[in-house]
Ligand binder design. Structure first.
Ligand SMILES: [Zn+2]
Length: 81
């Protein structure tokens, strides 16, 4: 099974769907037991989604806008929970 550092190294590949089946299985096993890596990958996925959305709708993807969108999203999820 992967260690945390190995999961972190592969997180962006996982999100892009570029990992082998074996690597995906190993990461899934790891995040089933590791809260830290689960949160890390979730955060990365949200950031990636936002970057794509901002890029697609506005034609720009500055860090500032992504940060603002992230803060907005977090505020919303805090309210709803
Ligand atoms: Zn971990």
């Amino acid at each position: 099974m992967f260690r945390c550092s190995e999961v972190a190294e592969r997180a962006s590949l996982l999100i892009d769907g570029e990992l082998s089946l074996w690597s995906r299985v190993n990461i899934r096993l790891h995040i089933a037991m590791c809260r830290g890596c689960r949160a890390f990958i979730e955060q990365m996925r949200i950031t990636r989604d936002l970057a794509q959305k901002v890029g697609a709708t506005e034609g720009v993807s500055s860090n500032e806008e992504i940060q603002a969108a992230l803060a907005n999203l977090q505020a919303r999820s805090e309210r709803s929970s």
